[in-house]
Design a protein around this ligand. Structure first.
Ligand SMILES: [Fe+2]
Length: 280
């Protein structure tokens, strides 16, 4: 096969080198890539200088690219309802008009949905001169590293997820009443959540969306969630991705937390396309 898959020198993540979506998107390649995705959580395809159709084709190797839950005029990519523009220039136009700086604290995408997307894929189109990394954790490895008693406790607990937790470290963007109808459901998920592919358990955390653990007081619930977050974000479970223009990166939401660093100059553009992938 013409492309190669190389593990990163990090607790998670692989690089895919030399992949040409028009030449290499075969069923055999898809099977190999999906196994690497499950095993390594984050896959980075380097040098993908393709348009929206090529990006969607690449996403299709991992599952079904789905329409975005929140789609406004400034987020749209013509002809591609499954894509969303992520721009450092977007503001909370229905709220206080601040720069949104989307994804700027640890989270897992759309965990307030009953069936959150398996994968999130980004295509780096414009990058600031420095900074703007995206960091990831391996929540399966974090679960496995817990003492047995903590694993048992996590396995027994269910967590209530909402659009914007009262304990969130950042405010989500303001929704219109119509958007809130579709983009702000609620869901309950196990704290030790089985992976949809092979049932491996991962700590399913999301500080921006977890409102409380069922059967616990808010205080005890937040204390335990904070403890699990502190455990999960230790260096031995983390990878920080320094973007190159043309990178396409996909991560496995059931076993990753992620966070964008908006530590670049305010007048510099960070522009990406995003798609969400549902499991086959
Ligand atoms: Fe995200």
């Amino acid at each position: 096969m013409a492309f190669s898959i190389q593990p990163l020198d990090a607790p998670l993540g692989v690089e895919v080198i030399g992949f040409d979506v028009d030449r290499d998107a075969t069923p055999d390649a898809a099977a190999r890539l999906k196994q690497a995705w499950l095993d390594h959580v984050v896959l980075c395809f380097r040098d993908q200088h393709v348009g929206p159709a090529g990006f969607v084709k690449l996403a299709g190797l991992f599952g079904k690219p789905t329409p975005q839950p929140l789609q406004r005029a400034e987020y749209q990519v013509a002809g591609h309802p499954e894509l969303r523009v992520l721009s450092s220039e977007h503001r909370d136009t229905l709220g206080d008009n601040r720069l949104l700086r989307i994804g700027g604290s640890w989270h897992s995408d759309h965990s307030h949905q009953q069936s959150p997307p398996r994968g999130t894929m980004l295509h780096a189109l414009q990058l600031p001169s420095h900074g703007g990394n995206t960091s990831f954790t391996n929540q399966h490895a974090a679960f496995k590293a817990l003492p047995a008693a903590k694993q048992a406790q996590a396995k027994s607990l269910m967590v209530h997820h909402v659009y914007n937790s009262p304990y969130a470290p950042r405010k989500m963007q303001t929704l219109s009443a119509a958007e809130a109808q579709t983009a702000a459901p609620q869901a309950v998920h196990p704290l030790a959540r089985p992976h949809p592919v092979d049932g491996r358990l991962a700590l399913f955390l999301n500080p921006i969306r977890t409102a409380r653990i069922e059967g616990m007081t808010d205080e005890a619930s937040q204390e335990l969630l904070d403890e699990m977050l502190e455990h999960s974000t230790q260096p031995q479970f983390r990878y920080s991705h320094t973007w190159r223009k043309g990178d396409v990166l996909i991560w496995d939401n059931p076993q990753a937390l992620h966070m964008a660093s908006h530590d670049y100059p305010e007048n510099e553009l960070r522009l990406m396309h995003r798609t969400l992938v549902r499991s086959d």
